[in-house]
Design a protein around this ligand. Structure first.
Ligand SMILES: [Fe+2]
Length: 180
């Protein structure tokens, strides 16, 4: 289940209801899928062939289509990152800059872990959302954020989009950014 860490105070927020209530206030959608629906051999696999990717997408087809219908997402794919990914460090460096998009950034974690760092309301400042398998998050358009991996550097996630254009990252320069 997702956990929040507020960077200003190091306060942690745990428990599905608390996490959801906090994220609601920050206008970040948080939902949960059942990660055990996935075939056991795919729950810890981070290098995937096309057939395995299709299997994961079809396992969560109902959840994906439900979310897409409610939120207007038109297209989706699956991303897998691990130390086996060519240029992972370069890729992460590129990710780790605060930016915005003109549409929601949606990730449904099907295996592994990851963190969204999000700029909250002024009273909260930057906060981390630590995600694990089953966690689904939608960061609203124009909300400054970035995404990175956790120590195990492994993740598989479904990404949903309205249109490819909306995914372009616009750098967000912020003197108040809290590095950790
Ligand atoms: Fe982003």
């Amino acid at each position: 289940m997702a956990e929040i860490r507020i960077r200003n105070t190091n306060e942690r927020i745990q428990g599905e209801e608390n996490v959801r209530a906090f994220l609601d206030k920050q206008e970040v959608l948080y939902e949960h899928w059942n990660p055990s629906k996935l075939a056991p051999e795919l729950q810890e696999k981070f290098v995937l062939n096309d057939e395995e990717k299709a299997q994961i997408l079809s396992t969560f087809d109902a959840e994906i289509r439900d979310l897409a219908a409610r939120r207007g997402y038109q297209t989706w794919d699956l991303i897998a990152l691990s130390d086996a990914t060519p240029n992972l460090d370069e890729l992460l460096k590129k990710f780790e800059q605060v930016h915005t998009h003109t549409e929601d950034e949606v990730r449904a974690i099907t295996a592994g872990r990851g963190i969204f760092i999000i700029k909250g309301t002024d009273d909260v400042g930057y906060f981390d959302v630590e995600l694990e398998a089953g966690d689904v998050i939608s960061v609203p358009e124009h909300k400054p954020h970035f995404f990175t991996l956790m120590d195990n550097r492994q993740i598989v996630a479904v990404r949903l989009f309205i249109e490819t254009e909306g995914w372009i990252a616009h750098p967000f320069e912020d003197a108040t950014f809290q590095k950790a």
